[in-house]
Design a protein around this ligand. Structure first.
Ligand code: SAH
Ligand code: SF4
Length: 323
């Protein structure tokens, strides 16, 4: 897809045309400008010539999951995952090509950062699946760190949210961050009802720094302070993602320390069973059960993420462009 020239074309048109074209692309999800019969022929021809609606993607399917490998115009590739839950269909979108932050356990981190995505490239991922099914939930949990591409992510969210385009409620949109403090602060001032998730993955800064080098720059106590400020301002719940990795962060002592940290009425903890890589393994189900029970006993609100997509390399942390 190539919408780079879109603004140049729209500028010459009457003001309502922008809305009309946005609706055609994102709400009607047309795949060819020939279908845009509401537009004057001349405009349609120009759009056809200068902006492509074709999405170059390869799809991998398993039972309730589809993974799309999208090739961008400069040849870089990104991944997007669609997950079907009983009550909703979620698209997990990427915000960057690769990621600069190098968390030790994450396959995307191993790629390094190639570049950030434009607003249109973020939307293209949702649009790709929207052309096939009804989408009602978005998570920014694919490749990249959304808060290191803040403006384009927020612009994309506004269009996802817009009645004229995707019409997905802000409460059905979640951003996951490792804890980029500037991003958390900015989001608190947006007056948007989107959900914030923090990739915590450790009960203290010592363990966190070992697996997430970004903690050197953004230590845990400062991240939590920013989160508390965000909660004061927005009164919204915050989810903490905690991926359980064997012998790294899965002991009862870790649970104890985590329970102390997470005692807050608007915090919730989402436990994720690690998807194995060469270096790290998931703990046994027994260990996970005990860890969860310990937190629950301490009055912490805990959920466990249902895992799927592993067979097509679509699960959390597996997005590394495998074909
Ligand atoms: N960069 C953002 C958005 C990516 S979200 C962030 O890190 O929050 C992807 C989530 O999957 C993160 O919580 C990440 O820590 C987690 N993850 C990475 N590798 C994983 C793996 N192998 N198994 C389970 N979760 C993993
Ligand atoms: Fe980047 Fe998130 Fe992976 Fe860390 S976990 S390397 S921040 S994508």
């Amino acid at each position: 897809m190539n919408l780079e020239n879109l603004n140049i074309i729209i500028e010459k048109e009457p003001a309502f045309r922008k809305k009309q074209i946005e609706k055609l692309i994102y709400q009607d999800a047309i795949t060819s400008w020939d279908k845009a019969t509401v537009l004057p022929l001349k405009t349609r021809e120009e759009l056809k010539e200068k902006t492509s609606l074709e999405i170059n993607a390869k799809v991998f399917k398993s039972k309730d999951v589809k993974r799309a490998l999208i090739t961008l115009n400069d040849g870089f590739e990104i991944e997007t995952v669609l997950m079907k839950h009983e009550d909703r269909t979620t698209v997990c979108v990427s915000s960057q090509v690769g990621c600069a932050l190098g968390c030790k356990f994450c396959a995307t981190g191993k790629l390094g950062l190639k570049r950030s995505l434009s607003t249109e490239e973020i939307l293209e991922q949702v649009l790709f699946f929207k052309r096939e099914e009804k989408i009602n939930n978005i998570v920014f949990m694919g490749m990249g760190e959304p808060f290191l591409n803040y403006d384009n992510v927020l612009n994309a969210i506004r269009i996802l949210n817009s009645e004229n385009a995707f019409n997905i409620g802000a409460r059905h949109i979640s951003i996951s961050t490792v804890g980029i403090i500037e991003g958390i602060n900015k989001l608190s001032n947006e007056n948007l009802q989107v959900n914030l998730a923090i990739s915590l993955h450790a009960p203290n800064n010592k363990i966190r720094t070992q697996i997430m080098p970004v903690s050197n720059k953004y230590p845990m106590d400062k991240v939590l302070k920013a989160v508390d400020k965000y909660i004061k301002k927005t009164n919204r719940k915050v989810m903490f993602e905690y991926t359980l990795i064997e012998k790294i962060n899965d002991s009862l002592n870790d649970a104890k320390e985590l329970a102390k940290l997470m005692r807050h009425p608007l915090y919730l903890v989402n436990l994720i069973k690690y998807n194995n890589t060469e270096e790290f393994k998931a703990p046994s189900n027994e260990t996970i059960k005990k860890f969860k029970a310990y937190l629950e006993k301490g009055g912490i609100y805990v959920t466990e993420r249902y895992r799927f997509g592993g067979d097509i390399h679509a699960a959390c942390g597996q997005l590394c462009l495998k074909k």
